[in-house]
Design a binder for this molecule. Structure first.
Ligand code: GMT
Length: 379
């Protein structure tokens, strides 16, 4: 049998804190470990991208500021850089994460290479690129166009695939490839982390997110304020953004002594292994990578039942799901898992098994490789 030629793959994502960027950086690094050449194209190095891995390259997009423009333009310099990298590095595939504006830029880059070697364009939808922007008439026709012109489109859950078909009236297949997690080894022990947080016998309830409005941090705090006994836990928030806008809410609820915030943490594994349960209150979520990250460390979550979350975990089996927008139900879920440590351990074990069997790099990355081979087959 002949060995398959390694591919040259361009990846574009948002480099800032957020699930789509995390997924794209982890995927790129894993593809490089599997022998492919990977070229990240973005305005900054993705924040979870490890420096100096073999076969991983970074091509910055430089954006000049022109006085004539009221709003700086990113799409055009991005597409020019994509075309340049495609030509110089003979890209087989340009894989863009989050449709806006990355898919449009990729389609434009590909048409700039008319008559030359054109990369295949793969677009991965992550969530609000269709569930929010797909409802916006100022974006929807451009998103639909870029998706129709992509050589393959993937979504991170069946729910997101169906929502995309419905919202954009998209008549083309979308492959579902779930997210995965490839944790790094924690740097500190569980005891060291708990001592840094000043935790004694309390349970550690963990929330990780970028605090965007869809995460409903207000609801999360309302839920936490209802949990009894109040001394039995502390909520640790790993905030991917400035927490200041929520400080007043914490004060009004009188839960300053129950909430610990850490901003822009990069060593999330340290905290994940120390957590007893996760808490998520989103109003929509195509997948919720943070729930998976917690599951990986045997930590079950209480979450609102929205979007693709039921595809990640099953209520009563590897976590607890409650109706969206219901602070009392979230609080009851937390109380159940605080009081019933046997149930908590059982859900945690099952969550960990499911994370490792369904959402590991070994399970998911070959699905992307197979997709790349499929779209390149007719080259
Ligand atoms: O769509 C967004 O709001 C941004 C995006 C991100 O970059 O964090 O989040 C989405 O992608 C993640 C990775 O696939 C998913 O885990 C999140 O559920 C999803 N967010 C939403 O659907 C709100």
């Amino acid at each position: 049998m002949t060995a398959r030629r390694p591919l040259s793959i361009g990846i574009t994502c948002y480099p800032s804190v957020g699930g789509s960027g995390v997924l794209a950086s982890t995927l790129g690094q894993d593809l490089a470990r599997r022998g492919h050449e990977v070229h990240f194209i973005s305005y900054e190095r993705p924040f979870r991208m490890t420096d100096s891995l073999p076969r991983v390259h970074f091509h910055p997009v430089v954006i000049n500021d022109y006085g004539l423009f009221k709003y700086p333009d990113y799409t055009l310099p991005l597409s020019v850089k994509m075309a340049e990298v495609s030509r110089e590095c003979r890209l087989d595939v340009l894989h863009v994460h989050y449709a806006v504006p990355h898919a449009t830029a990729a389609i434009l880059a590909r048409s700039m290479l008319q008559g030359e070697r054109q990369p295949r364009v793969v677009t991965t939808l992550h969530g609000t690129d269709t569930t929010l922007l797909g409802r916006d008439t100022g974006y929807a026709p451009a998103i639909r166009h870029a998706l129709m012109k992509s050589d393959a489109v993937t979504a991170v859950s069946g729910w997101l695939r169906d929502e995309t078909h419905r919202l954009l009236d998209l008549k083309r297949p979308i492959d579902v490839i779930y997210n995965f997690f490839a944790p790094r080894k924690p740097r500190r022990s569980r005891r060291e982390v708990r001592s840094e947080l000043g935790l004694k016998d309390e349970a550690m309830v963990l929330h990780l997110s970028n605090l965007r409005p869809v995460k409903r941090v207000d609801l999360l705090l309302d839920a936490v304020a209802r949990v009894r006994p109040r001394e039995s836990f502390k909520l640790v928030i790993l905030a991917g953004a400035d927490f200041t806008p929520f400080v007043d809410h914490v004060r009004r609820l009188g839960i300053e002594d129950r909430v610990i915030v850490r901003e822009r943490v990069t060593d999330i594994e340290d905290y994940l292994q120390a957590a007893d349960l996760g808490l998520f209150s989103s109003e929509t979520e195509s997948f919720c990578l943070s729930i998976l990250e917690a599951m990986w460390f045997g930590c079950p979550s209480v979450s609102t039942e929205v979007g693709g979350i039921p595809e990640v975990m099953t209520s009563g089996k590897d976590g607890l799901l409650v109706p969206p927008g219901d602070a009392a139900a979230l609080a009851r879920g937390v109380e159940t898992l605080l009081q019933d440590t046997t149930l908590r351990a059982r859900l945690g074990r099952s969550a960990q098994r499911r994370a490792r069997s369904h959402f590991s790099a070994d399970e998911i990355v070959p699905q992307y490789e197979a997709l790349y081979r499929r779209v390149c087959a007719d080259r």
